[in-house]
Design a protein around this ligand. Structure first.
Ligand code: EPU
Length: 414
């Protein structure tokens, strides 16, 4: 499936943001911690989330969806995750901590996901080992056995997924756990909050040090998935690309600090409690120097959006230093060059000099990169074909239709 975009249409109007993929996935993984019902509201209907639901169902959980609400109950019938589903998405790794905590064992085929770098799991596994769990990796399957026991563990890097897994393991562990240098992304904090609502004892919510007192059991909860900050950034970027005035609603501006600051010094923006309006009339010269790093710094997931914005900026030079995923610059640099972009990449640094973009056939390499190509297509003169949008559908709900509703000329072809 491809997107066919005729660039140049200005965008106007309001657009609501869906729940965050990267929040829904760990919350679904955490549902394994109890047999009681978990109700997730605002749970986005996107491919990665549906695959995660299928994974839970295949292991015995009862899951039903009604619109944006997902109801999960019952226990696991097996702790062996099927390879066909586990390898479809990186998020499958997020059943590790909760399954070990609740069932004291798991067999998890190495998770799949976007080809953006090597994505090892050493921090997850060393953390579990520190809690007394035996971990063996063999033939691309992780085997864990043992009851997690409270410990002190300092993560060598503030990994989002490792924090989520280790917090889930610690809430039902025997004794107290101290986790230091943990991730503080809003999606991690939402998980910590849901666990507390389920009866977990966690001190330090949203901080880099967590004190967790293991409890015997957790109970059900009804919880809202937080708005997707990356989708929010994508819609704002679309407004910049096409020009016009767009209000993004149902979002959480405080989760987009650095990105919104970057735009508000270059465009007319109004930030409300749960909405952002952006008006774009001209392109700025450049976006300065961007360095990706864990929250609250510039998110790697918004890097490909900025690469596109910089590519059609007004002749100035932007430098992006991608410090999280080693393969996240080159693919889009190559594709955008087909549209006339001036980008040079040296290892994990890209230098982008703004120029006029024209339509071309480009191919998505990963989810966020795919969204970046759509943004470039909205700005380019002529027709851009973004090939293989299956990557985009993993994380965006009807991106083409949402942009069309704002006035973009974008069609889907098979
Ligand atoms: N890392 C290790 N060892 C580990 C874990 C991570 O070396 O055990 C490294 C990774 O290789 C990477 C860095 O640490 O270089 C960051 O990885 P992290 O674990 O923080 O990322 P993740 O949990 O695998 C989540 C999101 C990603 C997002 C990153 C960074 C989910 C399901 N995925 O991945 O989202 O880019 O955090 O913020 O939450 C996306 O949505 O397109 C996406 C890739």
């Amino acid at each position: 499936m491809d997107y066919i975009i005729n660039g140049g249409n200005r965008l106007n109007g309001e657009i609501a943001v869906c729940g965050a993929k990267n929040c829904a996935l760990p919350l679904l993984g955490a549902s394994i911690l109890t047999d009681e019902e978990i109700i997730l509201r605002n749970c986005p209907q996107i491919v990665d989330v549906e695959n995660m639901i299928a994974l839970l169902q295949s292991m015995g959980k009862k899951v039903k969806r009604q619109g944006d609400s997902v109801y999960i109950s019952g226990g696991l019938a097996t702790t062996n995750a099927p390879k066909t589903l586990a390898t479809l998405l990186r998020g499958s790794a997020l059943i590790l901590g909760s399954t070990v905590a609740r069932y004291h064992q798991i067999e998890l085929p190495l998770p799949g996901g976007c080809a953006i770098g090597s994505r090892p799991m050493d921090i997850h596994l060393l953390g579990l080992e520190a809690m007394g769990v035996t971990v063996v990796s063999c033939d691309e399957v992780i085997h864990c056995n043992g009851v997690p026991v409270g410990t002190e563990y300092n993560m060598r890097f503030a990994s989002v997924g490792a924090t989520e897994n280790l917090v889930c393991a610690a809430v039902l562990a025997k004794g107290d756990t101290v986790l230091t240098n943990v991730a503080t992304e809003p999606e991690v904090v939402a998980l910590e909050e849901m666990l507390v609502c389920m009866g977990a004892q966690i001190d330090g919510l949203g901080k880099t040090e967590l004190y967790i007192k293991g409890v015997n059991s957790l109970h059900g909860v009804e919880f809202d998935v937080i708005p997707d900050r990356i989708v929010t950034a994508t819609y704002l970027s679309a407004a910049v690309a096409a020009g016009g005035k767009v209000t993004v609603t149902d979002c959480c501006p405080s989760h987009l600090g650095v990105f919104v600051n970057m735009l508000s010094t270059r465009f007319k923006t109004k930030v409300y409690d749960n909405a952002i309006t952006l008006q774009a009339d001209n392109q700025p010269s450049d976006y300065g120097k961007i360095i990706t790093a864990p929250y609250p710094f510039f998110p790697t997931d918004m890097q490909s959006l900025v690469m596109s914005l910089a590519a059609f900026s007004d002749r100035g030079t932007t430098v992006i230093n991608e410090r999280l995923f080693e393969n996240r610059l080159q693919h889009n640099a190559n594709e955008l060059s087909k549209m006339g972009a001036k980008i040079s990449v040296d290892k994990n640094k890209a230098k982008i000099t703004g120029s006029k973009l024209y339509g071309a056939k480009v191919k998505t390499g990963d989810l966020r990169g795919g969204a970046g190509l759509v943004i470039a297509g909205l700005n380019a003169s002529g027709t851009t074909v973004v090939q293989d949008v299956s990557h985009i559908n993993r994380g965006y709900f009807n991106l083409a239709e949402s942009l069309r509703n704002l006035g973009a000329d974008i069609k889907v072809s098979n």
